[in-house]
Design a protein around this ligand. Structure first.
Ligand SMILES: [Zn+2]
Length: 206
């Protein structure tokens, strides 16, 4: 299978200062931590890429252009799967209270269940095997109406089966143990092995 792994937030021409999810670490109302600058996303995406290559897939890494341009590129490449790679933030509310962080996998609300939802479930189930994540996981369909619009924009132009992957919160103490070499390996491998399992299932069904 051909899989496009898109490290989003980097390379957006109209929004060169788009740094993604952010967090105020010390409560002084300045955002010190930004998804894009933290560089974890390219790190787990690289682990995912290496694992997918080991499993015999073709991987196209993407990190440049407006989202719409990237989507057109991926369509020209005839990718089967497109992953918008992200990290979340915001586990500390305005009042300083900590929220329970979770892993989130979004699929395109327009896709057939055996495509979008099934792929999201395959990836999500691998995330569930990671001790620090456990049951704190969400699978959501994107939307054009509410807050899920943001996830929809990340994938809306691709013909491939598309997922917006937000495995961790960069500012969550519950996830801190995963911000290591080994943690990123697990996050990347969960993505790769979820895709591989879904592809195998799909192959068996067709
Ligand atoms: Zn993001």
């Amino acid at each position: 299978m051909i899989i496009a792994l898109d490290v989003q937030h980097s390379g957006r021409v109209s929004r060169p200062r788009d740094l993604g999810a952010s967090a105020d670490i010390d409560g002084d109302s300045l955002k010190e931590l930004h998804e894009s600058e933290a560089l974890w996303t390219p790190f787990y995406a690289l682990f995912a890429q290496m694992r997918l290559l080991e499993l015999g897939h073709t991987v196209y890494p993407i990190s440049d252009g407006e989202y719409s341009e990237r989507h057109r590129r991926v369509n020209r490449y005839n990718a089967d799967v497109y992953i918008a790679c992200h990290l979340n933030a915001g586990s500390v509310a305005q009042n300083g209270k900590r929220r329970q962080p979770y892993s989130a996998v979004f699929y395109d609300f327009r896709s057939k269940p055996e495509r979008g939802l099934a792929l999201a479930e395959a990836i999500d189930s691998r995330l569930g095997r990671i001790e620090e994540i456990g049951g704190n996981r969400r699978i959501w369909a994107t939307s054009t109406k509410d807050w899920r619009r943001n996830a929809h924009y990340t994938i809306k132009g691709v013909k491939a089966v598309a997922i917006c992957y937000e495995p961790l919160f960069i500012d969550a103490t519950a996830h801190h143990a995963l911000f290591t070499f080994e943690g990123m390996r697990q996050i990347g491998h969960a993505l790769a092995e979820g895709i591989h399992a879904w592809a195998a299932q799909k192959g068996a069904a067709s």
